[in-house]
Design a protein around this ligand. Structure first.
Ligand code: SF4
Length: 275
């Protein structure tokens, strides 16, 4: 890490994509496999053919109908603008092609570090005086301000393990041991309409296509749960723990779905519609 001063902890806005400050890293760095989410195969490190020279998407206003719903729900957790403006100081990969490969690799690591940062910030919200969480958070934030080589050599697996320990501890404390334990369960397509899931552990559960209409998920731990195409119409997630915007974006819901204040109802939800 360069310099001695501790870098600032990010605000919530710093952990959300700001495409205006990025060089479309998510449209160039990762590989896509042709699927329900992407209409084409795209190798890693190669710009999407829909990407324009000004780093804007040529089909931005018709992504879903063009077969790219995966782009609609993708959020880099603010890694894009961090890499573009901080790590690489505003030098873009088109004007400086010699930086492209390293920039794309840094983006992949940065995204993981930002995700871990968001979880630790929520841990501190849940348990403000936890010194171990503060130390882990500051260590990860420091790496995100490092030079490219420092980011690339970060031991992400070690950080992930530590974050797992700290989020598990915070979760147990907040849930007070209550709720059903459905960690990692295969609940794909499950009928959970109106279910009382208060305080449940749904860590890493597969809820793809599950019917969660009017379910009560307050204080449920949903870290890493897969909500793709889950039906959250009328569900209560106001105090769900470790819920991310990306999880909401991947699900369906409506104006009756209750979510934490820090998140927003996805634009593609039928807000105001019935369930
Ligand atoms: S379709 Fe648009 S948003 Fe998706 S990767 Fe291509 S340029 Fe980016």
């Amino acid at each position: 890490m360069s310099g001695n001063a501790s870098p600032p902890r990010p605000a919530a806005a710093d952990l959300r994509a700001d495409c205006s400050q990025c060089f479309a890293l998510c449209c160039a760095a990762p590989a896509f496999a042709k699927s329900a989410d992407f209409a084409i195969n795209k190798p890693a490190g190669q710009p999407c053919p829909n990407l324009k020279d000004d780093f804007r998407c040529g089909i931005h206003d018709r992504l879903r109908e063009s077969g790219f719903p995966g782009c609609v729900v993708f959020d880099c957790s603010g890694a894009g603008q961090k890499v573009a403006q901080v790590t690489f100081g505003g030098r873009d990969w088109r004007s400086h092609p010699e930086t492209a490969r390293e920039m794309f690799e840094v983006f992949s690591v940065m995204r993981q570090l930002h995700e871990l940062t968001a979880y630790l910030l929520e841990c501190l919200d849940l348990n403000p005086n936890d010194g171990e969480t503060s130390a882990a958070l500051d260590a990860i934030v420091a790496v995100t301000y490092g030079k490219p080589a420092e980011v690339l050599t970060a031991d992400v697996a070690k950080y992930r393990q530590r974050v797992n320990e700290l989020t598990t501890r915070a979760s147990k404390k907040v849930r007070r041991g209550g709720g059903v334990d459905m960690r990692g369960k295969d609940l794909m397509g499950a009928s959970l309409k109106g279910a009382d899931l208060r305080g449940a552990s749904l860590r890493g559960a597969y809820l793809i296509g599950a019917d969660l209409r009017n379910a009560d998920l307050r204080l449920a731990d949903v870290i890493g749960a897969d909500f793709r195409n889950a039906n959250l119409r009328g569900a209560n997630l106001t105090t769900s723990i470790f819920l991310t915007q990306q999880q909401l974006d991947a699900a369906s819901g409506d104006g009756r779905t209750k979510i934490p204040e820090r998140l927003h109802l996805p634009p593609h939800w039928n807000v105001g519609g019935g369930g």
